[in-house]
Design a protein around this ligand. Structure first.
Ligand code: AP5
Length: 207
């Protein structure tokens, strides 16, 4: 099954995509993770993307569309995938439709105040991709899975979070109607506890 996870920053797209991909045996394709890796490695794409991400803006459509087109051509995507964080503009969605057939779009819905709390408390492991909230960590600064240091993403600082939410409402939220009109949209309540949200996603996917 070819799936898109849509939703604002902090909705839980990454958290749930990891679990659903594990359950379905398909890859998670996160454009945010791919871009952060490119920044860390200092590639030309990473250097071009960094200023946009630091401001909370979207990276230009042409850059991310090329990334996703190349990634979906890899053999592990033949049995399905979850796109986490792509598409984020109508132009990206229209481009995607020219090289992929999407079966379901899961909109994970959470209100802005909860998103601000989640993002300002998020800590991530750059080594294995683990994601936590400070309220789960009992003061620990190490990843429970691999023991590496946890960090706060630069774009989770308060002022950047607000700008990411503004960008989401202006540029990405219109995709909800875009996919509803095409009969692909299903919605889950992302404010549910993590296990309940996972169960709700499996249910709407019929998985
Ligand atoms: P990206 O990395 O995609 O960030 P995002 O969409 O802003 O999403 P997040 O990773 O912040 O949130 P999430 O929904 O995955 O939430 P998570 O599971 O971590 O993109 C970063 C940047 O890259 C963009 O701003 C842009 O510049 C660029 N970019 C990426 N893709 C692009 C594209 N297609 N086009 C252009 N530019 C692009 O959860 C958040 C927190 O909440 C965690 O702490 C987690 O533990 C907690 N949590 C999750 N679920 C629950 C729950 N049910 N209950 C309680 N806590 C929960």
């Amino acid at each position: 099954m070819n799936i898109i996870f849509l939703g604002p920053p902090g909705a839980g797209k990454g958290t749930q995509a990891v679990r659903v991909c594990e359950r379905l045996g398909i890859p998670q394709i996160s454009t945010g993770d791919i871009l952060r890796r490119a920044i860390k490695e200092g590639t030309p794409t990473g250097l071009a993307a960094k200023a946009y991400i630091d401001r909370g803006d979207l990276v230009p459509d042409s850059v991310v569309i090329d990334i996703v087109r190349e990634r979906l051509a890899q053999p592990d995507c033949q049995k399905g995938y979850i796109l986490d964080g792509f598409p984020r503009t109508v132009a990206q969605a229209e481009a995607l439709a020219t090289f992929a057939t999407i079966d379901k779009v899961v909109d994970i819905n959470v209100d802005d105040q909860k998103l601000i709390d989640r993002l300002s408390g998020r800590r991530v492991c750059l080594a294995c991709g683990g994601t936590y909230h400070v309220s789960q960590l009992n003061g620990s600064t190490k990843c429970e899975r691999c023991g590496a240091d946890l960090i706060q993403r630069d774009d989770d600082k308060a002022e950047t979070v607000l700008s990411r939410l503004t960008v989401y409402h202006a540029q990405t939220a219109p995709l909800i109607d875009f996919y509803r009109e095409r009969g692909l949209l299903v919605t889950v309540d992302g404010a549910l506890p993590m296990d309940d949200c996972f169960a709700a996603i499996l249910s709407v996917l019929g998985a």
